[in-house]
Design a protein around this ligand. Structure first.
Ligand code: FAD
Length: 320
């Protein structure tokens, strides 16, 4: 039985949505093991995060260091290597920070590395997507020397969580002398366009399947009827059909609406990385094998140029 750890990401003292997802992943991986959360940071924000974690996991390891105040994966990796036991299975969200942290961590721990996991099955089997979603690969893993597993955000739905009364173990003294070669100087906030897609409850998001700029009006009409806004995938921005501020994904904005309609979007990892908070996801795509259907709560196989106007009309009928 390997001990399981999860790296609890936080922003400004608030736990990231991926923490609940990693807790769910840990339970699936080995229901007999209680995962330990590791919170890295510095100052009062770290204490707030640790306090929040005690409600979700029995044990939280706190590692405080001024180098951890920013998401400096190099520094945090050095700290983790000092405290993680041999054979540890470490779960990390497959986001920007996780992709920076995890490969080097697995090398330093001499552990297996399995990135971008979508499914965990019994018998230490993991499923991940290959070649930008063209097919899935099921693999068996030897966890005897430990493993670092990155988990795709938004895939493992957090179950109904029982509140626990956990403890915080301060491991900071074990990570005191850390030398790093990269230092974060300043944080530059992302520019917000005419519409702030990060603040919307409903997003009608268009992808390459919308085919031409003029058709975006179909999505705008539906968004207006639903009281939401239009966002998009990267090809739509590359084609200059919408402003960069509307782009969802790893090189765009991270959004957390309640409802996300993905219209003519294939469901690439880079796009899905920008959708947080497990929204109700409706996918409209004419290809029944499109990867987006793996994430969708409701999947509609249809031509969106016909489906969108019909849906808008129905919404108007119901709301007028
Ligand atoms: P496609 O993958 O081409 O999918 C179009 C879909 O539309 C298809 O599934 C097709 O079946 C469907 N379709 C076509 N016509 C119709 C129709 N009439 N009706 C219904 N369905 C139809 N992408 C992002 O979105 N955000 C990012 O932030 C991002 N960052 C990236 C960063 C890097 C470093 C790299 C390398 C790539 C990045 N990408 C990003 C690009 C990403 O890899 C994908 O190429 C992109 O997400 C695909 O966009 P799409 O789904 O709109 O297009």
């Amino acid at each position: 039985m390997n001990p399981i750890f999860l790296i609890a990401l936080q922003r400004n003292g608030a736990l990231d949505d991926t923490v609940a997802e990693l807790i769910a992943t840990a339970k699936t991986l080995d229901p007999t093991v209680q995962a330990t959360a590791i919170a890295c940071g510095y100052g009062p924000e770290l204490d707030a995060v640790c306090a929040a974690l005690t409600k979700s996991v029995p044990t939280t390891w706190k590692i405080s260091h001024e180098q951890f105040a920013t998401f400096n994966a190099e520094a945090i990796r050095e700290g983790l290597v000092r405290i993680l036991p041999k054979g540890a299975i470490v779960l990390v969200a497959h986001d920007h920070f996780g992709m920076d942290l995890a490969p080097g961590l697995s090398v330093k721990l001499g552990a297996a590395y399995v990135p971008d996991v979508l499914v965990v099955e019994a018998g230490q089997r993991l499923v991940r997507q290959e070649f930008a979603g063209q097919f899935n690969a099921r693999m068996e893993c030897d966890f005897s020397g430990g493993a670092v597993i990155t988990v795709r955000p938004g895939v493992f739905k957090p179950g109904s969580q029982v509140e626990v009364n956990g403890v915080v173990v301060d491991k900071s003294s074990e990570v005191s002398a850390i030398s790093v070669r990269r230092r974060y100087v300043t944080t530059i906030p992302a520019q917000v366009g005419d519409v702030d897609i990060t603040k919307q409850t409903v997003l009608v998001s268009v992808g390459r399947g919308i085919q031409e700029a003029e058709n975006i009006e179909l999505a705008q009409e539906l968004a207006d009827a639903l009281g939401g806004a239009v966002s998009c995938s990267r090809p739509v921005v590359d084609a200059k059909w919408l402003d960069k501020s509307r782009q969802v994904g790893s090189s765009g904005a991270t959004v957390s609406p309640k409802v996300y309609l993905a219209c003519g979007i294939s469901g690439s990892f880079q796009h899905m990385a920008g959708i947080k908070g497990s929204p109700f996801l409706v996918a409209i795509n004419k290809n029944p094998a499109a990867p987006i259907f793996q994430f969708a709560d409701v999947g509609i196989v249809d031509d969106l140029l016909e489906f969108l106007p019909a849906l808008t009309e129905r919404v108007r009928e119901l709301t007028e």
